[in-house]
Ligand binder design. Structure first.
Ligand SMILES: CC(C)(COP(=O)(O)OP(=O)(O)OC[C@H]1O[C@@H](n2cnc3c(N)ncnc32)[C@H](O)[C@@H]1OP(=O)(O)O)[C@@H](O)C(=O)NCCC(=O)NCCS
Length: 268
């Protein structure tokens, strides 16, 4: 039990730049208090002492403003920052190293008693302030949910979901990478306070991203040109032997060939 508490405190100090000391974390972090009380409520729930579990959860809510149903399953080092207004439903599952900000709801959309009605957050998910994640689906490992997003569909591992209804704005990483077992250190190292991408405003980083975007646009255009040439019957391997100058304006070559093809069609 103390081992768990120690790692909860360490996780808070690691993830909240405002946390200055262990004493401050133990006395001033309602998220920590809510999680400790949830462990008591969860144990009661699983021993069949349902009312006691619910009552403990309501005491925690009264003290912290965070309502976690005693049936919900929380992993290790889960951090609920600020916490006021957080509601976590009965069948929600929260993986290790997840971070949840104030006003988040992990809610259900079905009334089916006994069924899984609430979301599952895999390892390392960050849920921004005020976000609502509604339904029985999975938010993949290391995904980020923007503040005030309303998420009603699964989010792939490593993806970022924003808006209402939420859309994916950042590419997902390969689930095999994100789900890698024993990746706790990796998760810790990858954690960015408030889920923001580090160095997003750094001019060097912006320039590199600009170059990457430019290169990928060029590659896409070249593919389109090559596809157009092939449609016109050109053998692309035959172009490999010619000097670079001849390949400078493939687009022009393509339009000339298209023009010739149209002329030939007209003659037919
Ligand atoms: C969603 C989030 C994790 C994305 O951070 P990021 O990886 O740095 O991404 P960016 O800021 O580059 O944003 C990417 C895109 O999403 C949009 N976006 C970011 N956050 C958004 C939000 N909450 N709602 C709607 N759109 C959002 C941006 O405008 C941008 O759109 P664009 O590509 O059309 O310009 C972050 O913005 C966020 O909401 N974090 C939660 C913070 C929080 O709850 N803090 C509470 C502390 S008490």
């Amino acid at each position: 039990m103390f081992e768990r508490l120690r790692e909860d405190i360490a996780a808070i100090r690691e993830r909240d730049p405002a946390a200055r000391s262990v004493f401050e974390v133990v006395t001033c972090y309602p998220g920590l208090h809510a999680i400790v009380l949830h462990r008591v409520a969860h144990a009661c729930w699983h021993r069949g002492w349902r009312w006691l579990g619910r009552f403990t959860s309501q005491i925690a809510r009264f003290l912290t403003g965070i309502e976690i149903h005693p049936g919900a399953t929380l992993g290790r080092r889960v951090f609920i920052d600020h916490g006021m207004g957080v509601v976590i439903g009965e069948t929600a599952q929260i993986g290790d190293d997840c971070t949840i900000y104030q006003g988040v709801t992990l809610g259900g959309t079905s009334l089916a008693r006994g069924a899984k009605r609430h979301p599952t957050l895999e390892r390392g998910v960050i849920v921004g302030a005020g976000a609502k994640v509604l339904g029985s689906f999975t938010v993949g490992a290391q995904a980020k949910i923007g503040s005030n997003a309303v998420v009603v569909k699964p989010v792939p591992a490593g993806g970022t979901a924003v808006g209402n209804p939420a859309r994916i704005v950042m590419p997902a990483v390969a689930p095999s990478v994100a789900r890698k077992e024993g990746a706790r250190e990796q998760a810790g190292a990858a954690f960015c306070a408030y889920g923001i991408t580090p160095n997003a405003d750094d001019p060097v980083s912006l320039a590199i991203h600009g170059l990457i975007d430019h290169a990928s646009t060029q590659a896409q255009r070249t593919d389109e040109i090559v596809a157009a040439l092939e449609r016109l019957g050109a053998r692309i391997e035959a172009l490999h032997g010619i000097d670079g100058g001849a390949l400078v304006d493939l687009k022009r070559l393509c339009s000339v060939m298209e023009g010739e093809a149209r002329g030939a069609e007209r003659q037919l």
